[in-house]
Structures are given as structure tokens and as C-alpha cells.
Write a protein that binds this ligand. Structure first.
Ligand code: NAD
Length: 386
């Protein structure tokens, strides 16, 4: 079976869906791997490395996709009118497409896959269950985003993180505040601690409080009956009332004034990111302090964030609102993302037919499958199709 890996063409996307390491393992499964030329370059993997791993280098997307039964992508393939190449039109009917396709909020995209006869699996919809941990692209990418955000925040901060005692005097440790302690936030706490910062963190999910403390950070936050039930069955934060957010903001405001670096990571599934830092809070911060907003792609946790940009406010606060944080550490992000896809494929690999076999009743398969046999089948989308 031929497996194609395309160069990512969406703006700012630096990752790739297979590395030379995973290409070699995919070949060992019994596939023929075709990599579009230059696909790995932005992640530090030249064509030559793929060739050494046994892959074929295709001169363009059309050549990579010709006859492919499996297509691996980071982001959704470009459709007509989305760029120079209509990748979607070149994917053979019946092919299995795996990527972070972001179609749950975009029924037209899923409908296009169904119409094209593609079996589309969207990995960001993977159930967060123990069995699926090694295929969990949200976790692998969020972990690296949390690390990178702290490193970039430290780079933008014009003092140090650790207490520096020198013959010329002492520089105090930086106060670092992490808002949102999911996968990205917990890695941010650990990274900021390793750099020597004095770290505190907040979250609304009750389970997060103990996790924050177990990493050696102090917990700051408002808790009430509502927040004690703030976790969905899937482990995500629920949307909370305006009253709760106002009380949370009151507690946080007093803390924000004293911070040197704030990293925000708070997300509520399927919604705009909650605004946790108001314009007034930013105005209360010291000149030279830094806000790193990992949630910028979802609108941002800071009211002053300009998604996609780094800015300095009138009172001298730097706000890093870049998008695609995993893409800012593309080599590692591609390595982990491509291993997630490899694990998914090898878990559902049928050795006899040397092809993937995705049982419809499997919880993981059900969770990620958008389209099958020309129809949109995902529960999040099936209703919207009619
Ligand atoms: P996420 O990216 O959806 O959100 C990031 C964090 O923001 C979450 O911790 C959330 O509670 C927090 N948040 C939301 N609103 C907030 C607010 N107003 N103030 C402060 N914080 C706020 O979450 P995630 O990182 O994907 O993790 C979600 C959960 O899933 C976590 O409990 C995580 O441990 C769990 N998880 C489980 C597995 C597994 O296999 N069992 C794998 C990955 C993640």
C-alpha cells in the first residue's frame, strides 16, 4: 500500500507528518512511503534523510498522492481556492486521510471529504483515554508548546529567571505565573521551575490544584461549588458562569500585579479561549514584564493579545501572541506527532492484508473518524449534515 506525506502549505505550518524515523517504521509495516520533496525541511529533515530511510521522494503533491491508499498530514489538505494546489482533489477515492483536520466546527470540510470518498480521521478528536495516550496528538503538541512558551518568555524577559547572587549584587528570582494547568501548563510549570523561577499557577478544574502543587508551584485561584464540578467526563474544563469568571478575575488581579512572566494556556473545548487577563490587569503590570499567550490561536487569554503577533503595550509589557506554538519547536513537534500517527496506524494494522483495518466499534476509531463510505459519520457532525 502506498502512503503519501505532503509538504504542509498552510500559513506558518512548519511541521511534517512523518520523519525519517517513522518513514522507516511505516515501510517495515509493508507500505511504500512517498514524501513530497521538501516536506521535512522546515522541521530539519532533508529529502536525503528520508531517502536513506527507504522512502521515495516525489517531485510534487500530485506525484506523491498518485495511487496512495494512506495520506498523512499535519493540517487539513488545501481544497480548491485555499492555495496554489488543490490537494484534496488529488487524494485518490477510498484513501485513508489522517491529520488534525479541524473539521468538527466546519461541517463543509467534512462533507467535502465524504463527497471525495475519503475516509478521514481527525486526530485532535481522539478520546483522552489511557489506551490512546501514545496516539494523543493534542498532548504531545501541548507539552512542547508549554516548554517553548516558557523558553521564549524567558528570552523576551530582560532579567533572569533564577536568583542570581553575584559579587556585584543580587538579581531576585522572577515571579512566573501559569494560567491553565492542563498538559501545556504543567510542562510550563516544570520548565519555569527548572529555569529557577518562583512559580505559581491557576486552573478551574479541581484535579489541577494537586497537580500544580505536586510540581512544586503554589496554587492561586478561586474555588466554589461551581468550580468543584468544572470538569467534563472527558477531563476538559467546562464553560463557567460570568459570575464565576468575575470572582476568579478578582483573586487573580491582585496576583498579576506582582508577576514578571505570565504564561496563559487556558482553553475550553469548542469555544473561544476565556479572557483571564483584562486590559486593566495588563496596565497594572510592571514595565519589562512578559505575557506569553499560548491560547492566541483560540482568540487569546489576554484581552490585549494580538493573535499572530508580538507587541509591547503602552506601559512596556511584552505580549507574545504567536500562533502554532508546537510549530515553533518543529523538529521535536514533528518527531512526536509522527510517532502518534505511526502508533495509530500500527495499532490498527492488519498484517495479512498489509493495510489498516479500523473497526467501527472501537472507541478510538469512533472518536476520530469523520467520514466513511461517502458519509459524514462523526457524532459531532452527523446531525449538522442533514
Ligand atoms: P485544554 O488544552 O483543553 O485546556 C488547558 C487548561 O486550561 C485546562 O487544564 C483547563 O482546565 C484550563 N482552563 C480552562 N478554563 C480556565 C479558566 N477560566 N481559568 C484557568 N484555567 C482554565 O486541556 P488539556 O491540556 O488538553 O487537558 C485536559 C485534561 O485532559 C487534563 O485533565 C489532562 O490531564 C487530561 N488528559 C488526559 C489524558 C489521558 O490519557 N488520560 C491525556 C491528555 C490529557
Amino acid at each position: 500500500m502506498r502512503l503519501a506525506v505532503l509538504k504542509e502549505r498552510r500559513a506558518g505550518e512548519t511541521r511534517v507528518a512523518a520523519t525519517p524515523e517513522t518513514a522507516k517504521k511505516l515501510i517495515a509495516l509493508g507500505t511504500t512511503v512517498a514524501i513530497e520533496t521538501g516536506a521535512g525541511l522546515a522541521s530539519g529533515f532533508p529529502d536525503e534523510a528520508y531517502r536513506e530511510a527507504g522512502a521515495e521522494i516525489a517531485p510534487d503533491a500530485a506525484a506523491a498522492l498518485a495511487g496512495a491508499g494512506i495520506v498523512l498530514k499535519v493540517r487539513a489538505p488545501l481544497a480548491a481556492g485555499e492555495g496554489d494546489v488543490d490537494e484534496l482533489a488529488q487524494i485518490p477515492r477510498g484513501a485513508l486521510l489522517i491529520g488534525t483536520l479541524e473539521a468538527a466546527g466546519d461541517p463543509a470540510r467534512a462533507a467535502a471529504y465524504a463527497a471525495a470518498g475519503i475516509q478521514a480521521c481527525s486526530m485532535e478528536l481522539l478520546p483522552r483515554i489511557t489506551r490512546a495516550q501514545s496516539m494523543d496528538v493534542l498532548s504531545s503538541q501541548a507539552n512542547l508548546a508549554g516548554y517553548r512558551a516558557v523558553v521564549e518568555g524567558a528570552g523576551a524577559f530582560d532579567k533572569g529567571f533564577p536568583m542570581l547572587m553575584t559579587a556585584a549584587g543580587t538579581i531576585p528570582a522572577a515571579n512566573v505565573f501559569i494560567m491553565g494547568a492542563g498538559v501545556a501548563g504543567l510542562q510550563a510549570i516544570a520548565t519555569a521551575r527548572r529555569l529557577g523561577g518562583r512559580v505559581s499557577a491557576t486552573d478551574v478544574r479541581p484535579a489541577a490544584k494537586e497537580e500544580i502543587k505536586s510540581l512544586g508551584a503554589s496554587f492561586v485561584g478561586y474555588e466554589d461549588e461551581e468550580s468543584r464540578a468544572a470538569q467534563t467526563a472527558g477531563g476538559y474544563a467546562k464553560q463557567l458562569s460570568a459570575d464565576f469568571y468575575a470572582k476568579q478575575a478578582e483573586v487573580v488581579a491582585g496576583h498579576v500585579v506582582k508577576q514578571d512572566v505570565i504564561v496563559t494556556t487556558a482553553l475550553v473545548q469548542g469555544r473561544r479561549a476565556p479572557v483571564l487577563l483584562t486590559e486593566a490587569m495588563v496596565a497594572s503590570m510592571k514595565p519589562g514584564s512578559v505575557i506569553v499567550d499560548i491560547a492566541a490561536d483560540a482568540g487569546g487569554n489576554c484581552a490585549a493579545t494580538r493573535p499572530g503577533e508580538a507587541i509591547v503595550t503602552g506601559n512596556g509589557v511584552k505580549i507574545l501572541g504567536y500562533g502554532n506554538w508546537p510549530g515553533r519547536i518543529a523538529g521535536a513537534a514533528s518527531a512526536l506527532y509522527s510517532r502518534n500517527l505511526l502508533t495509530f496506524l500500527s495499532t490498527f494494522w492488519d498484517k495479512d492484508s498489509a493495510a489498516p483495518k479500523l473497526p467501527e466499534d472501537d472507541e478510538v476509531v469512533r472518536g476520530v473518524t469523520l467520514t466513511r463510505a461517502g458519509a459524514v459519520v462523526h457524532p459531532l457532525l452527523a446531525d449538522k449534515q442533514a
